[in-house]
Design a protein around this ligand. Structure first.
Ligand SMILES: C[S@@+](CC[C@H](N)C(=O)[O-])C[C@H]1O[C@@H](n2cnc3c(N)ncnc32)[C@H](O)[C@@H]1O
Length: 234
């Protein structure tokens, strides 16, 4: 008798993985976007949902303006967000910074984010291919940010592609602050678009070095919220 095959163990091409990310996140956005963005409740009011985005900006950005702005006026800065979802954090970023560009693999999420940011003329949202920043117009960015996005990406190759792409579009010296999954005890699979690949501290440092960044600070190694401060080497 032949052994039953475990489809999940079979390798998945990069294109299939990207297609699955877009498909799964579109489905989550249609079902209950705000819940999948922030699972604290499945019944968010507008006010409460966007207040949590303000809290993210307070906790991760306003406490860190020396590294982020490096003496610049935030209103003169052009910033990038990867994986903007329904615009929860993007809206708060657009209130603080001069211009915000954001990408997301899900067209459904981008549709919701456009609605949330319709009065914010300094925010520009793009559906991308899930791995690079070629959907963006030519710009040099002063800061890049990503929170609770890479923790869902099941491919190291895709995460590294984003880090290289951010290096391409950032001004020298500028910061890419982002969060990855640090908990290596989780069982991840190439076709699971909820649990992303974990990074150890050493893997994070190697990633930075390979992509032209200085991994100046790291916080939360071994935990779900493993924050990385990658400065583009001049
Ligand atoms: C949990 S939500 C977080 C959204 C937003 N960062 C926030 O904090 O409100 C994760 C988002 O990442 C997006 N995403 C997942 N994989 C992606 C990829 N490969 N490229 C771009 N966006 C991706 C999803 O579509 C979803 O909108």
């Amino acid at each position: 008798m032949s052994k039953p095959t475990d489809a999940s163990a079979e390798p998945l091409s990069l294109d299939s993985q990207l297609e699955k990310m877009r498909h799964d996140w579109d489905a989550r956005a249609r079902e209950n976007a705000r819940y999948y963005v922030n699972t604290a409740t499945d019944k968010w009011t507008d006010e409460e949902f966007f207040a949590t985005g303000e809290l993210t900006v307070q906790g991760e950005i306003l406490t860190d303006m020396i590294n982020i702005c490096q003496g610049r006026d935030p209103k003169q800065m052009t910033v990038l967000e990867i994986g903007c979802g329904a615009g929860r954090v993007t809206r708060a970023l657009a209130r603080l910074f001069g211009q915000v560009y954001a990408v997301d693999v899900s067209g459904e999420m981008i549709r919701l984010a456009r609605h949330a940011l319709k009065d914010q003329t300094n925010a520009f949202l793009f559906q991308n291919n899930g791995k690079d920043l070629t959907a963006l117009p030519e710009r040099e960015f002063d800061f890049a940010f990503s929170s609770i996005v890479f923790q869902h990406i099941p491919s190291r190759e895709v995460i590294e592609s984003y880090v290289r792409e951010v290096h391409r579009v950032l001004r020298p010296g500028a910061l890419f602050k982002f969060q990855v999954q640090g908990d290596a005890s989780l069982e991840t699979r190439p076709d699971d678009t909820w649990l992303g690949v974990p990074f150890s501290d050493a893997q994070a440092v190697e990633l930075a070095e390979r992509c032209g960044f200085e991994p100046r600070y790291r916080h939360g190694a071994g935990e779900q919220y493993f924050w990385l401060w990658f400065f583009k080497r001049p």
